[in-house]
Structure formats: C-alpha cells, structure tokens
Ligand binder design. Structure first.
Ligand code: SAM
Length: 311
C-alpha cells in the first residue's frame, strides 16, 4: 500500500506486550504507560492481524514489546505468522534475558532474525541502566550467534553512564554481528544521548560500507580485521521519514503509523472480532493518516513511553 506521500508501506512492527522485566532509564517511565495483561491481544489476534496485513502487501514483520519473550505463547505466535507463508522476513527484538533457551525453538517456529538490546558489556553499568543482570543476556547473545545467520545488537549510549562502547566494539570485532548505536529518542524516558559523530570520532579506523537495504535506516561501517559491522541509526538528527515503510500495532490493538507522533487508531474491536473487512479499512485509514515526518524535532515527548508502544 502507498501512503499520502508516495511511500510504500509494507513493514509491520507488532508489540506483543507492554510488560518487561527491565526498567531501562531511557525507555520506561515509573508512572504511566502501564500494561495490563488482560488487555493484551491473544496469539490468535496477532496471527489474524498479521494475515490481514499480509493481504495488503506487507512482507516484513518484527515482533517487539515490552519484552516479547515474556509471552508464554511466543512460539505459537511465530509459527502462526510463519504459516501465513507470505512474510519474507520475520524478526524479533528482545532484551535477551530469556533468549538462550528460546533461540532454537524460535528458529524452528520460523523466526529468521534476531536483535538483542545490549547497552553495555560492563555488568555494573548494565544493571544501572536496565536494573537486570548481564550474564543471561550474554548467554542468549552467544546462543543466538550459533543459531541464527543474522544477529544484531541495539545499543543506546547515554552521557556519563555508558558513553564508552569499547566492549560493544569488541563484539563486532570478534563475531559476525552488527552492533547498532541508536540515537536517544524523546520517548518518555530519561538521559542525554551520545551522538553518532561522537562515537565515530573515537574510532577513526571505521570505514563506511555501501549498499544494503534501501529502506533500512542504518548507516553501516566496519574496520580491517572486524568479523562484524557497526551501524548508526539516528532518527532525530538524520530522520529517515522520507523512506519510512513502517506501521506499528501496539499490544492493546492500536495502529500507530509513526513512533514520533501520538496518532493512534483503535483496531482492538475489529481484531478481537476477527473482522477482516473492518480491520482492512482501519489499516487503510492509518496508512492514509501516516504523518510525513516524525515530531522529534519539536518539543515532542511521547505520552506513552517506548516500552508501552513497542520499540
Ligand atoms: N524489550 C525488548 C528489548 O529490550 O529489545 C524490545 C522492546 S525495546 C522498547 C526495543 C528497542 O527500543 C531497544 O533496543 C531499546 O534500546 C530501544 N529504545 C527504547 N527506548 C528508546 C529511546 N528512548 N530511544 C532510542 N531507543 C530506544
């Protein structure tokens, strides 16, 4: 489907839950954005929604949250989506805490790629940011490298907290992993972000890579001797809105056309009733209303924090 600004929209990001074991300072707010388990869509709801999006030409899907691996029915959801037979790319973003034991079953259920959020390789700094232990996340990461062909790490760097990413660079040097630095977005959390230029200045050995997915917002680099890559995603300072192909579904059934805009369209009733005609027209409406640009350049600060929308 094509939106009002001529962009082809074919990438669905589905948040399976707003619940998360972590409380990352930049992602979650103490108050607001609470997820009530009873309001979460069911596995059948997500599979139905994915199939309706597929009938509208969507070919790429990412499962996120909250923490998607907190869903006990995660394998059922992945399998159901994969059985639609149309998604060329089924991916998932996780904090990694429950990943080690789920890697292989998720791959067998049809998952193609995995992104793991890892802001520091220092256990104390990691705990300070997330409130969680690092060891199970590293265990999950190494297992994912064994099981999946494509593994990416997402890191958000904050000034005076985890501004030194040497440990993350070591992972890109030693493993075939893309470590991506995501610029801090004003999504209801706290902290001052480190810019891509500040990171690049620290590693003069990095060389830009050409090519790749034209819709991907990441700028990729590598260095001599590296098995992996370094990527930068800068939605605030280098917005990629003109090539944006995304639509979001929140865990409670709201269509959100843009992360950096409060517009949400309630599709929960159509989804729960499995009314494909009603859901199709709501998706068409959401695509038509997708803003030209995010509002990050203004004084935007999301009402629903990131964990409650779906990152
Ligand atoms: N719980 C999963 C995880 O930790 O990966 C999935 C959800 S989390 C909201 C998805 C991604 O959003 C994480 O990589 C996280 O670092 C990123 N994120 C959260 N808040 C952000 C913010 N304010 N700015 C930039 N990235 C953010």
């Amino acid at each position: 489907m094509v939106d009002s600004f001529g962009r082809k929209i074919d990438y669905l990001r589905m948040s399976l839950t707003g619940r998360c074991q972590q409380r990352c300072t930049y992602c979650a707010r103490e108050s607001g954005g609470k997820c009530v388990k009873d309001s979460e869509l069911s596995a059948e709801d997500f599979i139905f929604t994915a199939s309706v999006f597929a009938s509208l030409g969507f070919r790429k899907i990412r499962l996120t949250g909250g923490e998607p691996l907190l869903r006990r029915d995660i394998l059922q959801i992945i399998k159901g989506i994969s059985e639609t037979g149309v998604y060329e790319d089924t991916a998932l973003t996780t904090n990694g805490l429950e990943l080690a034991k789920l890697c292989l079953p998720m791959k067998e259920a049809g998952l193609k790629r995995i992104n793991i959020s890892l802001d520091s390789t220092d256990p104390e700094i990691y705990k300070k940011i997330t409130g969680a232990d690092l060891a199970p996340v590293l265990e999950g990461l190494y297992k994912a490298i064994e099981v999946f062909d494509k593994v990416k790490i997402n890191a958000v760097l904050l000034k005076n907290i985890n501004s030194n990413p040497d440990g993350l660079f070591k992972i890109a040097e030693n493993y075939p992993v893309t470590v991506r630095f995501i610029e801090l977005m004003p999504m209801g959390g706290k902290g001052r972000g480190v810019t891509a230029d500040e990171i690049l200045a620290r590693y003069p050995e990095l060389r830009p890579l050409q090519g790749g997915d034209e819709h991907s917002p990441e700028r990729l680099y590598t260095a001599v001797g590296y098995k992996g890559k370094i990527g930068f995603i800068s939605p605030v300072s280098r917005s990629f809105c003109s090539g944006c192909n995304r639509m979001r579904l929140t865990w409670d059934g709201k269509l959100r056309p843009c992360l950096g805009d409060e517009l949400e369209i309630d599709a929960a009733e159509a989804i729960i009733k499995k009314d494909s005609e009603a859901l199709t027209s709501l998706i068409e409406k959401a695509i038509e209303m997708k803003p030209e640009k995010n509002s990050f350049g203004t004084d935007f600060n999301a009402v629903r924090p990131m964990n409650a929308i779906g990152g």
